[in-house]
Design a protein around this ligand. Structure first.
Ligand code: SIN
Ligand code: FE2
Length: 208
């Protein structure tokens, strides 16, 4: 974490949604992600309708978000190997807690971290994060690698959208009035990042 970014430099994107530009030093994250993926590898999750998501995912923490023919849910077990998900590294917890605090949500203790891996040409359609039990906790979303255009639409999927380019190290926190806002990621353009190559990683911290 780059201290000094903690309280300055934050931007309100909409009510309850804050962008913390360059909040995370992502060089420290890469080996931790590699270690998680060595036990719970990336995979294309299937949707209820039998499609596969273009983005690849995995998880760490006591609960992992999964999608399958039953729909979306949280699981203590990685269905790929039958084991618990890898533990959430302390650095991840610390970043999530401090980003939440810097955005006005003190005491955030995530028990789940969804790891999304994008390559150019992939995207994430508009959706709400609503599979959690308690919407009083915010969502903390960390971007790494190549840039992506993140959009937010409010409580209706079809409303006008606000969008922002997210770069390596940026964090978006959303809670309170924007906790259930529809959001997604536009199709990634071809690009290359000095550390992550033609990849984007997104870590989504939640209290499941
Ligand atoms: C998500 O909302 O699930 C991912 C957002 C992102 O990749 O920035
Ligand atoms: Fe989301």
């Amino acid at each position: 974490m780059k201290s000094g970014d903690l309280f300055g430099n934050s931007q309100a994107l909409c009510p309850g949604m804050t962008l913390l530009p360059g909040f995370v030093d992502t060089r420290l994250m890469r080996p931790l992600i590699e270690s998680i993926l060595s036990s719970s590898p990336l995979r294309h999750m299937e949707t209820r309708r039998g499609h596969f998501m273009s983005v690849k995912t995995s998880n760490c923490g006591s609960l992992g978000w999964v999608s399958d023919r039953r729909g979306y849910h949280y699981s203590e077990i990685d269905p790929l190997n039958g084991n618990p998900w890898p533990a959430m590294p302390e650095l991840f917890q610390k970043i999530a807690e401090q980003a939440a605090k810097a955005s006005g949500f003190s005491g955030f203790r995530p028990d789940s971290c969804l790891i999304n891996h994008y390559v150019p040409g992939t995207q994430m359609g508009a959706h709400q994060d609503k599979d959690e039990k308690d919407f009083s906790a915010p969502i903390v979303s960390v971007s790494m690698g190549i840039d992506a255009r993140f959009f937010v639409q409010g409580l209706e999927r079809r409303g006008a959208s606000t969008s922002v380019e997210l770069s390596d190290g940026d964090v978006v926190v959303f809670g309170g009035p924007s906790r259930l806002f529809y959001h997604g990621v536009r199709k990634l353009k071809p690009s290359c990042h000095e550390l992550f190559g033609a990849s984007r990683w997104n870590l989504t911290f939640r209290k499941a």
